[in-house]
Every structure is written in structure tokens, then in C-alpha cells.
Design a protein around this ligand. Structure first.
Ligand code: GDP
Ligand code: MG
Length: 358
């Protein structure tokens, strides 16, 4: 997909359609295509920001998956029984790293949600997550409405939430349904079947189909949402992706030698599960979606749809009409408005988010 694709409008039907501008007959080369080089140079200078959240019960391989995706030790992983004790409440931890490849800098923020779904009573355990996501929208909004605002507003909004479904082989659990139903309206959600090496090929397919049925029955619209396909090419590519979601993934942050090649994989007694081998698991589909083909689209939909919905809701509830060009009186949201329950602990360990450019 073209990473520079136009951003979708949140409600296309409500926008007036622009009058068709006829193409102008040209009698020579102007060099317009050099704009692409300018955009590339500027983007390389600015770097990219990408904020991802991982949600799922302890031990499903969230930390390992983040390390696998970015081929770095973004998070320290732990053995389920030997690691830190399971937290008594849901906590949110964010970590920011700069990843650089071939001169392209990516400022990656990963938010982990240890404690999600680990309690006996998991009622409302999605609330702190929703509150965190809305807090980031609110921060962005408060910066955006300043009269003297920063040239580049720091973007901490969650661009994608990867939800780890346990490999039960049955169907979505009530907790999964509750979570997905709420979150998919606020953020881009990509569900995955975690630790897929514990399922046979047939079990994986049957599980995927049942999850897809569950999602349809409960109106869970995960990313890439059908209504934001912009053209036939999008439709074709995204339909293939939608057919395979949730991807059955395996994570690994160790390399092994297989036939003289170094591969990321999990060594078992009967062989090595190669995470980047499509014959073994669908990790490559997840990586391609999140990084190689849809990263910019995830950011566009976050800005143009999810954040826009939040912005409109806040402007409406402020009950103050603009008093002239550019005037918006928007009181900061009180903590209660953002559904922040007392149990939430947000621990940001951003290592390098003081600069607007990095
Ligand atoms: N079998 C299997 N084990 C995995 C997979 N991903 C991670 N693990 C292991 O599961 C344990 C917990 O992983 P971790 O990433 O810390 O899980 P988290 O609690 O969800 O962050 C570690 O021993 C990992 O090596 C996977 O895809 N398959
Ligand atoms: Mg972890």
C-alpha cells in the first residue's frame, strides 16, 4: 500500500464533495516528482513516532512479541513462574526507544498492561486501559487548542492495540468480547492468537473461524476496518488481511542456526519453530501489517477517526461555541470524565520524549 495514502474521513458522507478539478495540459517536464524526495528527506529528518499497546493475560508472550517485532530487547521477558509476581491490579507501563535502520529513525513507545485479566474478578479491567488511551487524546487536544502551540505536537496517542487471545482453541471468552467491543471504538485493535505453537494447524484454522464468527456476532470491528478502505486496491489487500485475522503468532527473541542461516525461533526437542517462516506461524503477517505496510495508515486512522471522534465529543460537551476565528474555550477534562478508576497506575518511563524532534 502507498504509505502516503490520503487519510480517511471519519464520516465521509457528511463532507461536501470537492468539485472535480480538470487536469491541466502540460507541454513539458516541471519536476513535480521531486516533491516525493523532499517529503522523504523531511520525514527522515523528523523521524517517525509509533505508539503500540499490548494487552493480554500474563505469560501469553506480549513482551516477547514486542522484541520479536522490533528485533530488539524492548522489554525484558520473564518466565511465567519465575518472573515478578502477578500484580494485584492492572498497571500500565510505557517505554520509549529510538530504533534506527538505514538512517530512518523510529521513536517507538510500547505500553504494556501487566495484570490485565489476571484477577479472579476481571470486571471492568478494561477501564484503566480506556482511560489511558483517552488521556493521550486529551493531552494532544490540550496542546492543539493552544493559541501558541508547538510546531510539532508530541504524539503519545496509541496507534495500535495488539490484543492477545489465549490459545484455548474454543472461542472468544466473555472477557475478550467485552474488551474488544469497547476498545475497537476508541483505538485500532489487532487481535492475535498468542502462543500459536500450542495448536495444531487444524485447531488454529477452526479457532480463527470461530473468533471471526464471534467478532461478527458481537459487532467487533478490528483493524483494518472495512469502512475505511479507500479504493479497490485497499479493498483487495485489506480483505486478504481480514480473512487471516486473528493471526496465529509465535514470538521469539533468540536466534538459532538453521541450515547455515541465523533465524529467530523457539528451540524445542523436536526442532526449531521459525517465527519468520509462514509454514510455521503467521508472525510475518503481523509484522508486515504493523510495520511494513500499514504503520502510516494506523497513525492516520488514529488521528482522523479515533482522535477526531474524541475531539468532537469534547468540543460538543464543552457547550461553548467558537467566539471568532480560532477561538475554542475547552476546559481540561476532569479525571472523572476520562473514566479513570482509582486502581490505575500509569508509569511512564519515556527515555527521550522531551524533544519535539529526535
Ligand atoms: N510456546 C511459546 N512460548 C512463548 C511464546 N512467546 C513467548 N513465550 C514464552 O512465554 C513466557 C512468557 O513470555 P512473556 O513475553 O514474558 O509474556 P507476557 O507476560 O505476556 O509479557 C516466556 O518464557 C516466553 O519465552 C510463544 O509464542 N510460544
Ligand atoms: Mg510482559
Amino acid at each position: 500500500m502507498d504509505p502516503m495514502r490520503r487519510s480517511p474521513s471519519p464520516c465521509p458522507s457528511s463532507r461536501p464533495s470537492s468539485p472535480r478539478t480538470p487536469p491541466c495540459e502540460m507541454f513539458g517536464q516541471v519536476g513535480i516528482e521531486a516533491v516525493l524526495d523532499q517529503l522523504k528527506i523531511k520525514a527522515m529528518k523528523m523521524g517517525f513516532e509509533f505508539n503500540i499497546m499490548v494487552v493480554g493475560q500474563s505469560g501469553l508472550g506480549k513482551s516477547t512479541m514486542v522484541n520479536t517485532l522490533f528485533r530488539s530487547k524492548v522489554w525484558k521477558t520473564s518466565l511465567p513462574s519465575l518472573g515478578t509476581p502477578i500484580p494485584q491490579t492492572l498497571q500500565l507501563h510505557s517505554l520509549t526507544h529510538i530504533i534506527e535502520e538505514k538512517g530512518v529513525k523510529l521513536k517507538l513507545t510500547v505500553t504494556d498492561t501487566p495484570g490485565f485479566g489476571d484477577q479472579i474478578n476481571n470486571d471492568k479491567c478494561w477501564d484503566p486501559i480506556l482511560a489511558y488511551i483517552n488521556e493521550q487524546y486529551e493531552q494532544y487536544l490540550q496542546e492543539e487548542i493552544l493559541i501558541t502551540r508547538q510546531r510539532h505536537i508530541p504524539d503519545t496517542r496509541v496507534h495500535c492495540c495488539v490484543y492477545f487471545v489465549p490459545p484455548t482453541g474454543h472461542c472468544l471468552r466473555p472477557l475478550d468480547i467485552e474488551f474488544l467491543q469497547r476498545l475497537c471504538r476508541t483505538v485500532n485493535v489487532v487481535p492475535v492468537i498468542a502462543r500459536a505453537d500450542s495448536l495444531t494447524i487444524e485447531e488454529r484454522e477452526a479457532f480463527r473461524h470461530r473468533i471471526q464468527q464471534n467478532m461478527r456476532a458481537h459487532c467487533i470491528d478490528v483493524y483494518p476496518q472495512k469502512c475505511f478502505d479507500e479504493d479497490v486496491n485497499d479493498k483487495i489487500l485489506n480483505s486478504k488481511i481480514r480473512d487471516r485475522i486473528p493471526f496465529a503468532v509465535v514470538g521469539a527473541d533468540r536466534e538459532h542456526l538453521v541450515n547455515g542461516r541465523c533465524v529467530l525461533g523457539r528451540k524445542t526437542k523436536w526442532g526449531i519453530i521459525e517465527v519468520e517462516n509462514m509454514a510455521h506461524c503467521e508472525f510475518p503477517l503481523l509484522r508486515d501489517l504493523l510495520i511494513r505496510s500499514h504503520l502510516q495508515d494506523l497513525k492516520d486512522i488514529t488521528h482522523n477517526v479515533h482522535y477526531e471522534n474524541y475531539r468532537v465529543m469534547r468540543l460538543n460537551e464543552s457547550h461553548v461555541l467558537p467566539r471568532g476565528p480560532g477561538w475554542v474555550n475547552l476546559a481540561p477534562a476532569s479525571p472523572g470524565q476520562l473514566t479513570t478508576p482509582g486502581s490505575m497506575k500509569t508509569c511512564r518511563q519515556a527515555q527521550d520524549d522531551s524533544d519535539d524532534e529526535f
